[in-house]
Design a protein around this ligand. Sequence first.
Ligand SMILES: *Cc1c(COP(=O)(O)O)cnc(C)c1O
Length: 281
Amino acid sequence: MKYTNSKVEEVKFNNKKIFVKRDDLLHKDFSGNKARKFYYFLKNDFNNVTKIISHGSSQSNAMYSLSVLCKIRNLDFDYYVDHIAEYLKTNPIGNYKEALKNGMNIIVKEVPKNIDKNSIFIPEGGALEEASFGIKILANEIITWAKETNLKDLKVFLPSGTGTTALYLQKYLPFEVLTCACVGDEQYLQKQFLELEEENHPTILNLDKKYHFGKLYKEFYEVHKELKEQTNIEFDLLYDSKGWLCVNKHLNNSKSDILYIHQGGILGNISMLERYKYKYD
Ligand SMILES: *Cc1c(COP(=O)(O)O)cnc(C)c1O
């Protein structure tokens, strides 16, 4: 089926064998965990719905994926932001540029309080119950693969933003799900979990240093380049760099097999890499 069934590859990073679920390759335009989270809206029929409304940052992966979804389903897409960075306006790039091409209406205003019945509202980052529909399919792909590969002691790792993907994976998987908080701190992530489910939460791993979402860190850039070199896979700079630092710290000596979920986000790397190169190269 289109937009599902990604392959799993075995890689070696810093001499540790790790499996990578290539959700970044699900489809050229609609990939990563946003494709899983929004799969429900791709597959189901919504009578009379003509528009999707969402909000968040003007560079977000969720914004871009929603613009693709709306294009495929022939829906209008209103996206509310509190500002658009000056450099993006003068030099559109990455997610922002492509979402505009897909017909997104970007609106610098507060999200409207009343959503009319012909519109669907999607909260920032796709943190909603309907996301479980596509994530369950992802979980089933992992279960099937683990059985075929005869892996019994498996742990699944993925970095979190809203935590929606990690939470629903833990709900549907018989394996432990490990994650780290990339957007807020650990308390924020716990709270996000609780808003969706009372129990059965993923395990949160920590690093010693505090990182702020969207800021540049030399070690993030370095691990990104190291990964590319050693695994030949491009990983996202906002979530995966921290994710792999966590893997290095906590899982390098693990006796369990590790499956890392590649959640996409590569289009967002273009603007991040511009900033990183300017700062460090
Ligand atoms: C959105 C996103 C995440 C975070 O997903 P959540 O379900 O919000 O935790 C992680 N990695 C990438 C590449 C993303 O685009």
